[in-house]
Design a protein around this ligand. Structure first.
Ligand code: PRP
Length: 287
């Protein structure tokens, strides 16, 4: 009997593909062939990869063709499928927003009453409009939604915004955010114990990679009489490691801190007497 293999669906092309493959690689999963094929198998982990159209992935997972997938929350919400988000992945952050031509007097969602709104997200937009008891015309457009107001096809758009440059180029202004989204690992809710076991191994690896990405290993030297003050500044996982240096009266302090906190405390550390500060990326972090 063949041993069970976990089947993961990822984008065939698009903004999630590269980061999805990079994450698998950082999880120690080697995949030989590229995205030109429909299917690839991992060399050293019981995982088969299906390269599929983004919008088809939720359906394939619901049908059990794939057990899990990497998609944006925007795609999951739009699909309306009842899948489980096993892990948010921290990349492809964006939002689904309503935007209108610059200078429009947009006074809130009620502005949209009776208006024509172009979108590739009709389901999510419909839910938003219903929540606000708004009747409006939804125009389904599958690409280049942002040009719709400029060619007289719509009064507003509802589309993904990441850097905001597409809106800017099309002279549009973001007004209401329908949802915030990032890439996530979604799963079918009914997995066999064997498949769940492989998924748990994959999640363990992903978790250690994602934690490592968020943190930095910090080393610095300080005179011994400054150690207490420096430790009070450090928001580490646990208490830092303090080791004596060869130079009498000096120590080396090591800790792990969140990348987002580092820039907040760096000047405090220097003021407190820390010297030779090194910030080092962490490859894997197992909590
Ligand atoms: C999305 C969206 C916008 C753009 C926004 O398209 O439809 O066109 O990104 O990003 P920005 O705020 O950084 O300019 P995407 O590139 O995902 O491809 P799509 O046209 O297939 O939706």
């Amino acid at each position: 009997m063949n041993s069970p293999r976990l089947k993961i669906a990822i984008q065939k092309s698009g903004r999630l593909l590269e980061d999805s493959l990079a994450l698998l690689k950082e999880c120690g999963i080697g995949v030989d062939n590229g995205k030109d094929q429909l299917k690839a198998s991992a060399r050293n982990f019981p995982l088969d990869i299906f390269y599929l159209r983004n919008s088809d992935i939720p359906q394939y997972i619901e049908d059990g063709v794939a057990h899990i997938g990497i998609i944006g929350e925007n795609t999951l919400v739009e699909s309306g499928k009842d899948l489980h988000i096993a892990q948010k992945l921290g990349f492809s952050k964006c939002r689904l927003s309503v935007a209108v031509p610059k200078g429009t007097h947009y006074f809130g969602p009620d502005y949209l009453i009776g208006k024509r709104i172009a979108t590739s997200y009709p389901h999510t937009l419909k839910m938003f409009l219903e929540r606000h008891h708004i009747e409006a015309e939804i125009h389904l457009i599958t690409g280049s939604v942002e040009i719709a107001p400029n060619i007289g096809l719509a009064d507003a758009v509802c589309d993904l915004v990441s850097s905001g440059s597409t809106l800017f180029q099309n002279n549009l202004e973001e007004k209401d955010v329908l949802l915030h989204s990032e890439a996530c690992l979604v799963t079918n809710k009914q997995l066999s114990p064997e498949i769940q076991d492989i998924l748990d191994q994959l999640l363990f690896r992903m978790h250690s990679v994602l934690e490592a990405r968020k943190n930095r290993y910090l080393l610095m030297n300080a005179p011994n009489d400054k150690i207490a003050e420096i430790i009070a500044i450090l928001p580490g996982m646990k208490s830092p490691t303090v080791m004596p240096l060869a130079t009498e009266g000096w120590s080396s302090i090591h800790t792990v801190i969140s990348e987002s906190r580092f820039w907040d405390i760096i000047s405090q550390l220097k003021t407190a007497g820390a010297q030779g500060i090194l910030v080092i990326p962490i490859e894997k972090m197992i909590l």
